[in-house]
Design a protein around this ligand. Structure first.
Ligand SMILES: Cc1ncc(COP(=O)(O)O)c(C=O)c1O
Length: 385
């Protein structure tokens, strides 16, 4: 049976061979620890890590490569900045479209550090009026966290406008670009943020297990490390080094993951961000157009490919979205994700809690024929059920 992978918001698939090749090339040809020895293989590993850091800095337009900290995932990056920055009684603002990787660490800090949390309400299509953030600011506000695009509806949040609102204020600003890195042009400085949290295995086309955090100098100073240990630097000191990136990178790095991430980002650069964005927008537009002709289907989000990532959430009237996802795969080889997508808050916002939605998320390997296949599969399922 033909296979159509439509779950790129979860992870990229299939991967380009140059990603696993870069990973195995590190393991087979270099294989040693970076920053831990003066011999050639260790120096080669250090060079690979440095070059990859520089590549990420260039990609996100971060002034210094050291301001890119490698982590296992965007989840880890968000935990690092949330738990490392917030102290007793601090106030935080988030949107009502955030992922559990923001909501859960904050819920813990509300309980354990008396942090106060304001969840600014997005509209039912996932959009947010930036003035809502402005109005929620108070004297205790230490941090604003926003996702760039919802992983449920794809809706873009006004991250640039909020950056303008926060300019010159003594408030730290974090953006989760899990769903937009590799499709949208992201300038660290242009967004006026202190933290940009990314993951390697989605639009950046890399492997799982590697992500990162771009961090401003003032945030690096204000943020405590989450994990302390060996860094290969200042080994005589029992305290964690205070400089970047070592402050936040303890233990042997995931160098195969870093090599795979660099290969993924090089591929994004080769394919061209604009080309990738255009391709995904065209596919999303075609999917939305076809869905609009099926009255049995409710589509969530802005229904506009220019104000959303390539993610479309739906429900078919009278049908469980888990059953629908099963039927799409069993009958038509179409892989989707149903349910709450680790974002119950977003589903409450769009009115689909607790049943959730069926999510199609398209990527660079999808074609217009995949979209036609999805639309005809949906028509057939609706006709027969
Ligand atoms: C908006 C958003 N934030 C965070 C995450 C967590 O990503 P990871 O599992 O790579 O840490 C995801 C992944 O689904 C996401 O879509």
């Amino acid at each position: 049976m033909r296979e159509v992978y439509a779950d790129h918001a979860a992870t990229t698939f299939p991967r380009h061979p140059q990603v696993p090749e870069a990973m195995s090339s590190f393991l087979l040809d270099i294989g040693c620890s970076p920053g831990r020895g003066g011999y050639r293989r260790s120096l080669d590993a250090s060079r690979l890590v440095y070059d990859s850091r520089a590549l990420m800095a260039e990609f996100f337009k971060v002034p210094q490569p050291e301001q890119v900290v490698f982590t296992p995932s965007v989840t880890y990056s968000l935990n690092l900045l949330i738990k490392g920055l917030l102290q007793q009684g601090d106030h935080v603002i988030i949107s009502s479209m955030e992922h559990n990787s923001v909501v859960r660490p904050l819920t813990r800090l509300v309980r354990e550090r008396a942090v106060t949390l304001d969840v600014v309400q997005c509209n039912t299509d996932g959009t947010l009026d930036p003035l809502q953030v402005k109005n929620a600011i108070n004297n205790q506000t230490k941090l604003v966290v926003l996702t760039h695009a919802s992983n449920v509806t794809g809706t873009f949040l006004p991250v640039h406008e909020v950056g303008e609102i926060l300019k010159g204020k003594d408030i730290f600003y974090a953006i989760d670009v899990a769903q937009t890195a590799g499709s949208e042009s992201l300038g660290f400085g242009a967004m006026n943020c202190d933290y940009l949290a990314f993951t390697g295995h989605k639009g950046l086309l890399g492997p799982p297990g590697i992500g990162g955090l771009c961090i401003s100098e003032r945030a690096a100073e204000a943020t405590e490390s989450l994990v302390e240990g060996g860094t290969g630097s200042r080994s005589e000191d029992e305290n964690q080094p205070g400089f970047l990136p070592d402050k936040f990178e303890s233990g042997t790095l995931n160098v195969p993951g870093i090599a795979g991430l660099a290969a993924g980002v090089k591929l994004v650069n080769e394919l061209g961000l604009e080309t990738l964005q255009k391709h995904k927008r065209e596919l999303t537009a075609a999917l939305l157009l076809g869905l609009a002709e099926m009255p049995e289907i409710e589509v969530y989000g802005t229904k506009n490919p220019h104000t959303t990532a390539a993610t479309v959430s739906i429900n078919v009237k009278g049908m469980d979205n888990g059953d629908l996802s099963f039927m799409l795969e069993q009958g038509f080889g179409i892989m989707t994700r149903s349910g709450l997508h680790c974002s119950p808050l977003a589903h409450r916002t769009i009115g689909t809690f607790p049943q959730g939605t069926l999510r199609f998320s398209l990527g660079w390997t999808n074609t217009s024929s995949d979209v036609e296949h999805i639309l005809s599969a949906l028509s057939e399922i609706i006709r027969e059920n």
